[in-house]
Design a binder for this molecule. Structure first.
Ligand code: SAH
Ligand code: SF4
Ligand code: F3S
Length: 461
């Protein structure tokens, strides 16, 4: 059946089942920005089918959980939340429940849903979002459960409608999948191989977003630094950035995530010379010890990481750095963990995303010996947080009194303040009028608590 036909027919069938005038959907998102962006596509497709949206499951005709598999606790939350719908489904049998995203690309998880959650009607994998109308149509027209997985795809699907959550900041995916196979990580198993979008397609969407009034575009990929390698005419990420930065306008570019293995000096040079790219870099190092990094299959050393940081700071003295860290990788010793602590102290990060290692079925690390008990790892974790807090206290006084260019994103009613982000991606609140949402305002920083800033706007005529 033609795609448009499916959109229409599935929409009609949903409208018949709906309790209200139009079918209502809840889309719940877990995990990273990639999933947030995917959910915007899911909503875009559903809107095309005639759905409206709610946050209240009791009013929904369709509930979709877009799941994350990166750590165990992310998965537990999903099972809990899907489980919570059992009674609601009994009360409203016409309500459809779908589960999609990274968790569903794992065979054992899809099986668990099949067996233990019989009231879930539709399960689909990460690269099948564009087929949502067809899959829903099958569920609705046959009354049977549909299970489809698709991590193996080599396609890049363009032209999927998007219903964006935000008005000032937009996510723009430049590549899908990941080829790095860090030994602890499930992402390459559930997202499939790396596929880059054509630079022209990225640029077109970028221009559209600016025309729609977006002021901050965040380029997304699991490892943006390997963007373009497999295109027929290879384009480096630095080159893509150069092209986008050349588009005129008053806006900002950010990107994530940068893998240190593929981050280049050219990338830093482009950032330093650009008009629009924020001087802020999320550069996850994961562990500070070279043996652990090798076991993680990260492809760089502590020394290489520090060189990159040094170069970035030479070119952009105002750059802010953030990182992801895993504590308690299998076989990591306390001494090795101290190398992580010392790296944190040495670099001085603006923010850290720290995780306790979580074994993922099917990854190489899951089969490694993991002798350190959980309580011990939790103590290390606390030690790392304390070290980070100390460095923040040491680093943040430097920002007091400085003038930061803040992109105003919202008016916080409760606090009666405008809220936005500095170029360095720090939250900054200041008083002002809601009409400033979407503008850049120079703000003098008067307070800083753990990198959350307060300031006063510098009024211009
Ligand atoms: N592509 C990104 C990371 C995506 S996953 C990159 O390479 O930087 C986000 C973060 O989750 C990772 O950086 C890592 O710190 C953490 N993570 C991934 N797998 C994990 C696991 N099995 N246990 C604990 N943390 C993990
Ligand atoms: Fe996972 Fe490594 Fe790929 Fe990041 S680069 S998604 S940590 S395998
Ligand atoms: Fe989670 Fe999938 Fe992102 S596993 S971190 S939602 S790519």
């Amino acid at each position: 059946m033609q795609e448009e036909q499916c959109v229409e027919l599935a929409g009609q069938l949903m409208a018949v089942r709906a309790r209200g005038a139009v079918p209502m959907a809840v889309v719940r998102t877990y995990g990273c920005q990639q999933n947030v962006s995917d959910s915007e596509k899911i909503r875009g497709i559903l809107a095309q089918m005639g759905f409206s949206f709610t946050d209240d499951e009791t009013k929904a005709d369709l509930v979709i959980f877009n799941t994350c598999a990166v750590r165990e606790n992310a998965e537990y939350r999903v099972y809990g939340n899907v489980g919570n719908l059992k009674n609601l489904k009994r009360e409203h049998p016409a309500m459809l429940i779908a589960v999609c995203g990274c968790m569903m690309e794992q065979e054992h998880v899809a099986e668990k849903i099949r067996k233990s959650y019989p009231y879930v009607s539709l399960v689909f994998g990460t690269n099948l979002i564009h087929r949502l109308p067809q899959m829903l149509y099958r569920v609705l027209s046959t009354g049977k459960r549909v299970f489809e997985r698709g991590a193996e795809t080599k396609e890049v699907i363009e032209g999927v409608p998007v219903l964006r959550d935000r008005e000032i900041r937009a996510w723009l995916t430049v590549m899908y999948g990941c080829d790095n196979f860090c030994s602890y990580c499930i992402v390459p198993h559930v997202r499939g191989r790396e596929r880059s979008r054509q630079a022209a397609a990225v640029e077109e969407e970028f221009r559209q977003l600016l025309a729609q009034g977006y002021r901050e575009i965040v380029l997304l990929g699991q490892n943006v630094n390997s963007y373009g390698k497999n295109l027929e005419q290879p384009v480096s990420f630095a080159e893509l950035l150069r092209r986008l930065d050349a588009v005129p306008g008053d806006y900002r570019i950010r990107f994530m995530t940068s893998h240190p293995k593929d981050a280049t000096y050219e990338l830093m040079d482009v950032m330093a010379q650009s008009k629009h790219i924020c001087h802020s870099l999320h550069l996850p190092f994961q562990a500070g010890n070279n043996r652990v990094l090798r076991e993680m299959n990260r492809g760089y050393t502590r020394e290489k990481y520090l060189e990159l940081v040094q170069y970035a700071r030479e070119k952009m003295p105002d750059i802010t750095l953030t990182s992801d860290i895993i504590v308690g990788f299998p076989g990591e010793t306390y001494e090795e963990f101290q190398d992580t602590v010392s790296l944190v102290r040495q670099v001085g990060f603006t923010a850290l995303f720290t995780f306790l290692y979580s074994p993922r079925t099917g990854t190489r690390a899951a089969a490694m010996d993991d002798p350190v008990p959980h309580e011990e790892k939790s103590r290390w974790f606390q030690e790392l947080l304390a070290a980070q807090e100390e460095t923040s206290e040491k680093n943040s006084p430097g920002i007091l009194g400085t003038v930061q260019r803040v992109l105003v994103e919202e008016y916080n009613e409760k606090r009666g303040l405008l809220a936005g982000k500095t170029e360095g991606n720090l939250n900054c609140d200041f008083s002002g009028d809601a009409s400033l949402i979407g503008s850049f305002v120079d703000v003098r920083v008067t307070e800083s608590h753990n990198w959350v800033l307060k300031g006063e706007p510098i009024l211009t005529k």
